[in-house]
Design a protein around this ligand. Structure first.
Ligand code: NAD
Length: 269
């Protein structure tokens, strides 16, 4: 039950009814007997500047999780960005300091890597393929570089996105080998779908079916798509002997990172 002294965090996007974070955060706050609550905010694009001003003066709001379509939109309004948020030009979490200063970070990639470690995958020295160089694909690529991946191949239907991301990563992580072509999946330790392909009941694959058959048994196949939990890509990868990581596992793994940045949870939840 919320009272007058309840401290708030928010999740901001549009639409917002589909998000799982309020249920996950509020359950955790309740289980830990904390007078904290997460509210969903369905924000109109025209209201973003006024909302940012309101955030600065909102004393009992500790921070916001930022979701589609505002991750890139909100970043330029903030006072401080983490190095990776600045690199990516996007934020998925904002902390409001006591004086109203707003700080942003992007922990999408950190959540992905945390989930991968839970599956027994250590990125150090490995080779990964990322399908999709959009917001989430860029964050995953950046986090894998931070974690010491040796070789990264990035593809997207939009070749300009691949080139721009590769150039950014090359400058920031000169020791990581970044490519955009592959003939087979056989020598990848990780293959990640970071595109929306496979959402809903489409059953679509993010790469040709014949290429998927070259996946090595023992590889980690990961998907960012949250619904269905087991996409057609993951189902086939599992049948081929791969370990799989689902979109909800990635989302769950980053809850502690989001909560920690807003100052309402310890790391590692
Ligand atoms: P985005 O639109 O920024 O990027 C998607 C990219 O995928 C685009 O660049 C597009 O060209 C590319 N693409 C489409 N089909 C492709 C294909 N067959 N091969 C290669 N690239 C292809 O979207 P986004 O913000 O990166 O989100 C992508 C997905 O990630 C969404 O489904 C979103 O719901 C999901 N997501 C999951 C989590 C999680 O925690 N599991 C977190 C954030 C987003």
């Amino acid at each position: 039950m919320m009272g007058g002294a309840t401290q708030l965090v928010a999740i901001v996007g549009s639409p917002i009814a589909q998000v799982k974070s309020p249920a996950n955060f509020n359950r955790w706050f309740q289980e830990n007997h904390l007078d904290l609550a997460m509210i969903p905010v369905d924000l109109h694009a025209d209201a973003v500047p006024a909302f940012i001003d309101t955030l600065r003066g909102w004393h009992n709001l500790k921070g916001c999780v930022i979701t589609v379509p505002y991750k890139q939109v909100i970043a330029p309004y903030l006072d401080h960005l983490s190095q990776r948020a600045s690199l990516l030009g996007s934020v998925n979490v904002v902390r409001r300091e006591a004086d109203g200063t707003l700080c942003g970070d992007n922990v999408d990639g950190e959540g992905f890597v945390a989930a991968a470690r839970q599956q027994g995958f250590a990125p150090e020295g490995k080779k990964a393929l990322i399908l999709g160089a959009g917001g989430v694909g860029s964050a995953i690529a950046c986090a894998l570089c931070e974690a010491g991946i040796a070789e990264l191949v990035i593809t997207d239907l939009d070749s300009h996105r691949v080139q721009a991301l590769a150039a950014t990563l090359h400058d920031a992580f000169p020791n990581t080998c970044i490519g955009h072509e592959y003939q087979s999946l056989a020598d990848f330790d990780l293959v990640a779908n970071a595109s929306p392909v496979g959402m809903g009941d489409s059953g679509e694959l993010p790469l040709p079916a014949a290429m998927l058959e070259t996946l090595a048994a023992g590889c980690l196949a990961a998907d960012v798509v949250t619904s269905p939990v087991t996409t057609a890509f993951l189902a086939r990868a599992q049948a081929l002997g791969a370990t799989i990581q689902t979109g909800p596992q990635m989302a769950r793994a980053q809850m502690g990172n989001l909560g920690h940045f807003m100052g309402v949870m310890p790391l590692g939840i």
